[in-house]
Write a protein that binds this ligand. Sequence first.
Ligand SMILES: Nc1ncnc2c1ncn2[C@@H]1O[C@H](COP(=O)(O)OP(=O)(O)OP(=O)(O)O)[C@@H](O)[C@H]1O
Ligand SMILES: [Mg+2]
Length: 185
Amino acid sequence: MEQFVKGKSKLKKIGKQIRKNCIFRAKNIKNLKYFSFKYINFTMINRINYTLKGLSDTQTLAAFIAKLIQQSKKVNFLIFLKGDLGSGKTTFARFLLNNLGVSDKEFEGSPTFTIVNEYKNNIFHIDLYRIQSKYDMETSGVMEYFTKNGIIIVEWPEILDFKADLCIKFTIKDKFSRIVNVYKR
Ligand SMILES: Nc1ncnc2c1ncn2[C@@H]1O[C@H](COP(=O)(O)OP(=O)(O)OP(=O)(O)O)[C@@H](O)[C@H]1O
Ligand SMILES: [Mg+2]
């Protein structure tokens, strides 16, 4: 059963229901701001679909996902960011990093050419766009990062033959908005 959350005032009651129903869905992305993580945890997340109407919605989603990651208390947390060129993966990654303690000043930009950008607290931002083959995977040395503990965020993960804890897929709707699907695989 899906749980729709309409406002802040109902959260306490809803929190208890969510715990029972184990799947939740906030009807409006703005409501994600009000979720209390006393009531929600990573295991309850099934599938979330939203339209992101601009960067502030991407920011809201990133803050929510950051809390989920922190709350999961997993030693390794692997996130795949999927979607076409320019669909908003790096933008989301930057906001996610911000929420995990990496400031915009510390943010090193898209790892398109570096392949891996490494941050404090074992956070890695990887972009496999330029990795065309398993041979490239081996020779670039990028595989070793997947054996590390920490939070690993991967753009263009399609070449990998293992699964992530969380997949986030972006689709361009128009110039000003994106559709996002969050799911576990
Ligand atoms: N939610 C959003 N609404 C509107 N525009 C967005 C949104 N998210 C990102 N954009 C814009 O889309 C453009 C491309 O974003 P970004 O670089 O994050 O895409 P990407 O998926 O990482 O691309 P690439 O595949 O080249 O790595 C940027 O100009 C960014 O501001
Ligand atoms: Mg990118």
